[in-house]
Design a protein around this ligand. Structure first.
Ligand code: NAP
Length: 507
């Protein structure tokens, strides 16, 4: 049975019971709530903890506190903000093993995925601290226009106010911290709503933020049902920006109710991998397997359809078959050798199976896998997938390698672009001109040559178009998104310091 047990260091964040009952973090304190949700570990399908389903009163208190105390962070010298984050980062590092252990238990991630997420968070923190030094401005001499000849302007970047961050279950610590860091470094206060499925490792990270001295009130952590609580948070008049990462359905809903406040949406994807006839097939097969199976396919940038030109189709499928066993599937608690664990819930496994069986009914062949037991969905190779199969169009979010045969480059691009999503993609070819042609024409936010897509630490910016979202994530880009520009204009005429426009050379 999965047990979530925390060391004394984290004793403030929960109450003891038959299972630990986690609190919410409001106005600088961990607070118990009456209403709770069960946390079911996908590893054994049993209850391992309870989390708070925060009340409306407590949400109001948190937002009020974030708003009234935002000047604490805004007025903190930028160098102090960086040093605070650096201290937090060092302390997080000391608790790596314990936090990663809890992340595995609550999310079912295999060790390699869990440690990968934790390390990516630390690296993202380091890069964010560096990039926050680039919150600069601009000096505009006014004498380039007759209208402003005696004036000058500075364009400065200021904090936006209170940022609401809402994050998904697949990277609960990374995506949440990737919202908090740019927000705080840019001088904003933050209210964060982590996913209900696996928020505990993230809350442990938040305890470290508290212990290391993040100013009280500038960071609030609210757990609870997004469906029931989301509208209240998003539409609260004190929230100045919503930074959301999650499904397209919820993202569209948020966009419809957010009004004039700024929104940043990182949504679902249906990344296509295009394999052309001159691709290095061994590399392409390995990358496509990695891109499809890593984190059991529960990644927005997962490869969820592979479009292979007919000339190399059979050869490529053979390569896939020989590499599918590169991943070792099982219970993540059995040790580091397991590299592929369950998906987040039995419900998610059932949804994946519906997609696979629908494809099979429509003519696709299941070469291996295609079965599940509770939340454990077997790594699956599905070939000859017809374009009318749901799995050719809907986000899979499961460990399914979906292979579609296409005639040539033109058809590959047509199929790839015929999607409501536009997040990520990749192309495998040794020919520079074909690569350029495809990469220019694909309707996506990111495209990679000869490698599976990978957002990694977001050193390279990413973000989708079409139904995949709006705005760019990435170290410096995220910081920029969380600031607003203000133009400050100086009239120098009264002291005769401006340049005079004479109009002498006008036509
Ligand atoms: P989700 O169901 O949309 O949930 C994401 C977050 O939104 C959770 O915290 C959820 O709370 C909350 N939420 C649910 N309904 C809400 C509402 N009506 N108003 C406000 N918040 C609400 O997504 P998920 O299943 O956790 O994550 C998987 C999805 O995220 C996939 O589609 C994936 O592609 C996408 N994703 C995108 C990126 C990217 O960078 N583009 C990165 C990672 C994931 P509860 O947990 O309480 O339901």
């Amino acid at each position: 049975m999965v047990k979530i047990e925390l060391s004394e260091y984290f004793s403030e964040i929960y109450e003891k019971g038959d299972v630990p009952r986690f609190k919410v973090f409001i106005d600088g304190k961990w607070v118990s709530t009456k209403n709770r949700l069960d946390l079911i570990s996908p590893i054994d399908g049993r209850k391992s903890a309870e989390i708070s389903n925060v009340s409306f009163d407590d949400m109001e208190k948190a937002i009020q506190s974030a708003s009234s105390k935002k000047d604490k962070i805004r007025n903190m010298a930028a160098i102090d903000r960086i040093e605070l984050m650096n201290t937090v980062r060092k302390e997080l590092e000391k608790h790596r093993d314990e936090i990663v252990g809890v992340l595995i238990a609550e999310s079912g991630k295999a060790y390699n995925s869990a440690i990968g997420e934790f390390n990516a968070m630390l690296e993202r923190m380091r890069l964010s601290m560096e990039d926050s030094r680039k919150i600069l401005g601009e000096y505009l001499p006014g004498d380039w226009s007759s209208d402003t000849a005696q004036k000058i302007a500075l364009v400065i970047r200021e904090p936006i106010g209170v940022v609401l961050g809402i994050s998904p279950f697949n990277y609960p610590i990374y995506t949440s911290v990737a919202k908090i860091l740019p927000a705080l470094l840019a001088g904003n206060s933050v209210v964060i709503k982590p996913p209900s499925a696996d928020p505990i490792a993230f809350m442990m990270c938040m305890e470290i933020f508290r212990k290391m001295g993040v100013p009280s009130g500038t960071l609030q952590v609210l757990t609870g049902s997004g469906e029931e609580r989301g509208d209240y948070l998003v539409t609260n008049e004190k929230i100045n920006m919503v930074s959301f990462t999650g499904s397209t359905v919820v993202g569209k809903h948020i966009s419809s109710i957010a009004g004039l406040r700024k929104i940043h949406l990182e949504l679902g994807g249906k990344a296509a991998a295009i394999v052309l006839e001159d691709a290095e097939l061994e590399l392409a097969a390995k990358e496509c397997i990695k891109g499809s199976l890593e984190l059991a396919g529960q990644r927005c940038d997962a490869i969820s359809r592979i479009l292979v030109v007919q000339k190399v189709y059979d050869k490529f499928v053979d390569k896939l078959k020989s590499h599918i066993s590169d991943y070792s599937f099982g219970n993540p608690l059995d040790g580091k050798a397991i590299t592929l664990g369950p998906v987040i819930s039995t419900k998610a496994a059932k949804r994946i199976d519906d997609l696979v069986q629908d494809a099979a009914k429509k003519g696709a062949k299941i070469m291996c896998g295609g079965k599940y037991n509770d939340a454990y969905y077997e790594p699956t190779l599905l070939i000859d997938v017809p374009l009318n199969a749901d799995i050719a169009n809907e986000e899979t979010f499961g460990p399914v390698i979906t292979v579609i045969k296409v005639k040539d480059l033109d058809e590959a691009v047509r199929v790839a672009n015929n999607s409501k999503y536009g997040l990520d993609s990749c192309v495998f070819t040794e020919d520079f001109y074909s690569a350029w042609e495809v990469m220019k024409i694909l309707q996506v936010g990111n495209v990679t040559l000869n490698s599976a897509p990978s957002h990694g630490t977001a050193y390279f910016p990413f973000g989708g178009i079409k139904d995949s979202g709006q705005g760019k994530e990435g170290v410096g880009y995220s910081i920029e998104e969380m600031t607003v520009m203000k133009t400050v204009i100086f009239n120098l005429a009264p002291k005769n310091l401006g340049k005079k426009y004479t109009g002498a050379f006008k036509d």
